[in-house]
Design a protein around this ligand. Sequence first.
Ligand SMILES: Cc1cc2nc3c(=O)[nH]c(=O)nc-3n(C[C@H](O)[C@H](O)[C@H](O)COP(=O)(O)OP(=O)(O)OC[C@H]3O[C@@H](n4cnc5c(N)ncnc54)[C@H](O)[C@@H]3O)c2cc1C
Ligand SMILES: NC(=O)c1ccc[n+]([C@@H]2O[C@H](COP(=O)([O-])OP(=O)(O)OC[C@H]3O[C@@H](n4cnc5c(N)ncnc54)[C@H](O)[C@@H]3O)[C@@H](O)[C@H]2O)c1
Length: 481
Amino acid sequence: MAMASIAKRKACFLTRNLSNSPSADAFKLSYSLTKFSRRFATSGSEENDVVVIGGGPGGYVAAIKAAQLGLKTTCTEKRGTLGGTCLNVGCIPSKALVHSSHMFHEAQHSFASHGVKFSSVEVDLPAMMAQKDSRFYPYSRRTKSTMSKGMASSYPHPRCQWTPLMVGTLVKADPKETLVIGAGYIGLEMGSVWARLGSEVTVVEFAPDIVPSMDGEVRKQFQRTLEKQKMKFMLKTKVVGVDTSGNGVKLTVEPASGGDQTTLEADVVLASAGRTPFTAGLGLDRIDVETDKGGRILVNERFATNVSSVYAIGDVIPGPMLAHKAEEDGVACVEFIAGKHGHVACVEFIAGKHGHVDYDKVPGVVYTHPEVASVGKTEEQVKALGVEYRVGKFPFLANSRAKAIDDAEGLVKIIAEKETYKILGVHIMAPNAGELIHEAMLALTYDATSEGISRVCHAHPTMSEALKEAAMATHDKPIHI
Ligand SMILES: Cc1cc2nc3c(=O)[nH]c(=O)nc-3n(C[C@H](O)[C@H](O)[C@H](O)COP(=O)(O)OP(=O)(O)OC[C@H]3O[C@@H](n4cnc5c(N)ncnc54)[C@H](O)[C@@H]3O)c2cc1C
Ligand SMILES: NC(=O)c1ccc[n+]([C@@H]2O[C@H](COP(=O)([O-])OP(=O)(O)OC[C@H]3O[C@@H](n4cnc5c(N)ncnc54)[C@H](O)[C@@H]3O)[C@@H](O)[C@H]2O)c1
C-alpha cells in the first residue's frame, strides 16, 4: 500500500496530520532512504514532493523510483523493516520454506535413484526456520535506511482478514496433522511445505476446485499431483468455526451448499482463506477518499483517488494481490506524478500516451513443486468470451531435460486465437514454471503468435523447448510426441 502526493501543500498536510495523529500504535517508523538520492528524503517534518505511506513492494519501489526521478520523497513504514508483507511474512520467507522442505523431500525420495545415498536424513526445524529468517532481515538492512520515529496511521493499508498461521507461528511446532483453510495460493504452498515435512495435510476449500482462477485442465492435473504428494482435499466444504481452546484445534465444517456440520481435528490449522484490504478506521473518511464495498481504494488509470494529490497502489486497490503487481503500480504511479511516461513491463501505451499497468498481463505463479504459472486467459475464459481459439499442449514427459533430471510432471498449454494464432493465454506446470512463464509474458506483451514462438530456435536440452513444442502443436505437430 502506498499513497503519494506531489503537491507540497498537500504533502505538508499529510505529514502534519500523520505526526499529530493520536494513534495508539505508538511505535511507528519513518525511513529516509538516503541511499537512492541526495534529494530523496530527510525527515517527516519537512516538505516533500512525495510522501509514500507503507514500505512494502508497492511503497518502497515507488519511493525509490520517485527519488530516481528527482522528487524529494519520504517513505514511512510502521514496521521495523522494509519490504512489507512480501519480505517480512509473505513471498520471501514462504519461498525459503518451500525450498528447504523440497530439499528434504528430494533427499528422502529422489537422491538414491540418482546414486546419492545417505544413511539417514532428518529435519532440524529450528535450523530451517533460522535459515528462512536470515533470508530477509539482511535484505532490509541492505537498503541502508536510516530510521526516525514519527508518522502515524491515518491512512489505509492492506491487512490479512485471516492472519495466516504460517512461517513464524509454526516455528518449533512439528504437527502430525495439519488442517488448511482455503486451497488458494498460501494454502497450497504452505500446505505442501508441511506435507513434505511429514505432516498429514488436509485442505478444506469452499469452492468446487482448488485455485479457482486457474485453467481447468491444468488445475485437474495439478490437484492429482498434489494428491500424489499425500495432500488431501475436502472441496465444496465451508469452515464455519475454529476451536483452539484445547490441545490442538477443532474445525467445524459444513457442505458449501449447507447441511449437516461435522468436526475435524488436527494439531494445527493454517488459515489461508484470502486477504482483504483493511481501511476501516484509518481516517480515509476524514479526507473523503472513496472505497468500494470491499474496502479497496478506488483509483483511476493514473492511480489517483477522488481526492486531489492522493494516490493509492498495491494490495489496497482492486487487481491481483501480488508483489510484482504492486511494484508495477508503484513505478507507473510515480511516473505519472513526475509527468513521465513510458515505463516498460506490463504497461501499455494508449491514446494520449499515458501508460497504465495491464492487469491481464500480470503473471501468477503457485510455488509448489512442480510450480504452476500462468499469464493471460484460461480456456474457460476464452470460451465464455465466444472467441474462436486453438490449443497446443506439450507434456514434460516428452521433454529431454525434464526426463534427464527425472522431474517430468507437468505440461505447457498455449491458447491462441484460431485465425491469427495470436497468443491469448499460456499455462505451465513444471518445476521451474515461474521462470519459464516470462517467455510467454514477452510474447503476450508484444502480440507474438504461437507460430512465431514455434519458429524461434530454443537451446537443447532445456525445459523451454516444451514451450516451443506446445506452440508447434497450435498449428502443426510437435516433433517429440
Ligand atoms: C504468506 C504470503 C505469501 C505470499 N507470496 C507471494 C508471492 O510468492 N508472490 C507474490 O507476488 N505475492 C505474494 N504474496 C502477496 C504479497 O506479499 C503482496 O501482494 C504484496 O506484499 C503487496 O505489496 P503492498 O506494498 O501493496 O503491501 P504490503 O506488502 O502489505 O506493505 C504495506 C506496508 O505498509 C505498512 N503500513 C501500513 N499502514 C501504515 C501506516 N499507516 N504508516 C506506515 N506504514 C504503514 C505495513 O506495515 C506494510 O509494511 C504473499 C502474501 C502472503 C501473506
Ligand atoms: N505465489 C503467490 O503469488 C502468492 C502466494 C501466497 C499468497 N499470494 C497472494 O496472497 C493472497 C492471499 O492468499 P490466500 O491463499 O489466503 O487467498 P486466496 O484468495 O488465494 O485463496 C483463499 C481460498 O480460501 C477459500 N475460502 C475462503 N473462506 C473459506 C471458508 N470459510 N471455508 C473454506 N474455504 C474458504 C476461498 O474459496 C479461496 O479458494 C492471494 O490473493 C494471493 O494473491 C500470492
